[in-house]
Design a protein around this ligand. Structure first.
Ligand SMILES: Nc1ncnc2c1ncn2[C@@H]1O[C@H](COP(=O)(O)OP(=O)(O)O)[C@@H](O)[C@H]1O
Ligand SMILES: [Mg+2]
Length: 326
């Protein structure tokens, strides 16, 4: 479908998921997921537990074959050319496979060997990585002795040993305490200045803190792909809360106002009715709502614009009964 466009911007597209699907027996874990990530972007993969984030990441990295669809990294089909693709990818799985009995330095040298980091560049590469990841104080410690925060740094370091263009980080801050979270976020932001990064999380502030773009996945499906600003109402749609006195047919009156896209009935207005009105993009429908109320003899008790939070968008998009979102 996007063939023409893709070939035109080939050099900028770092990752492409094309109709990825994964069935585990009768569980459809990932359902027709497609997206592109450009070189240099930091993309947050957001969704509740069980949404299909880890499964998608495993297909992007070539650790799991899709039931259908394909993943491309740097123009290579990951399933067809896994070894070449893996040289471009640094992957931090959900539970990083670290060897607890090895010292940090020894472990990273071991990973460098597996990754075939050339003898001449190996030492320099490892020094750079340990500096970047703040590991110089723990090089002689056993991996098993490290705090969770340091273990995660080692996990990031092992993902970067071969200097990949792309980092795929599965819940990189899960299980960390607040100070460690701040540190790892700062590290990811720094890495994001020179690499393409896809990180998954089920925690909203995570993506707001570190990402240029957010892909929301729910029940195996991609339900949103936008900037954090867009998802927090920056597409120009506004939400207006209105309450009126009495029991006049206010819902249908408001639904007919120009610029109003949908009306939700809210509770909690004694002796009256409360509504949330969502506008079409780019409209501020407050004046039209006011006039409609006056023309129809409604007594307005309240009329104000609400801030749409990313949290609200996330809740709406990932609530299963809600199929009304495009
Ligand atoms: N190895 C597996 N075998 C069977 N079902 C699995 C397996 N891994 C994941 N699943 C199921 O697939 C769905 C998506 O899981 P996952 O990709 O781990 O989600 P997330 O990372 O978003 O929490 C869930 O319903 C999960 O139970
Ligand atoms: Mg997961």
């Amino acid at each position: 479908m996007l063939g023409k466009v893709v070939s035109m911007v080939e050099s900028q597209v770092m990752v492409e998921a094309r109709s990825l699907r994964k069935d585990y027996g009768s569980t459809l874990a990932v359902d027709d997921v497609s997206f592109q990530v450009s070189r240099g972007e930091v993309v947050g993969f957001l969704g509740p537990n069980g949404a299909g984030k880890s499964t998608t990441m495993k297909m992007l990295t070539g650790y799991l074959s899709p039931t259908a669809g394909s993943a491309y990294v740097g123009g290579l089909d990951v399933a067809a050319d896994p070894i070449a693709a893996k040289t471009k990818i640094g992957y931090l799985p959900e539970s990083a496979p670290l060897y607890d009995d090895m010292m940090v330095a020894e472990f990273l040298r071991y990973v460098a060997d597996i990754r075939r980091v050339d003898g001449a560049t190996r030492r320099e590469r490892l020094e750079t990585i340990c500096g970047r990841c703040g590991l110089n104080d723990v090089l002689g410690k056993n991996v098993g002795q490290l705090s969770k925060g340091y273990r995660q740094r080692v996990g990031l370091a092992q993902a970067m040993v071969h200097d990949p263009d792309l980092l795929i980080l599965d819940e990189p801050t899960s299980g960390l305490d607040p100070n460690q979270i701040v540190e790892i976020r700062a590290l990811i932001r720094e890495l994001g200045s020179e690499k393409t990064v896809i990180l998954s999380t089920h925690i909203l502030p995570e993506v707001q803190a570190s990402c240029d773009r957010i892909i929301i996945i729910s029940g195996g499906k991609l339900v949103a792909d936008a900037s954090p600003e867009m998802l927090s109402g920056g597409d120009g749609a506004s939400v207006v809360r209105v309450s009126v006195k009495g029991d006049a047919p206010a819902e249908s009156i408001f639904a007919g106002v120009a610029g109003v896209r949908d009306v939700t009935v809210l509770g909690g207005e004694p002796g009256g009715q409360a509504f949330r009105l969502r506008s079409v993009s780019g409209e501020d429908p407050r004046e039209a709502i006011f006039r409609a109320a006056v023309d129809n003899g409604l007594v307005l008790l309240d009329l104000h614009r609400e801030q749409v939070s990313l949290e609200e968008t996330f809740r709406q998009l990932t609530t299963t009964e809600d199929g009304a979102h495009a």
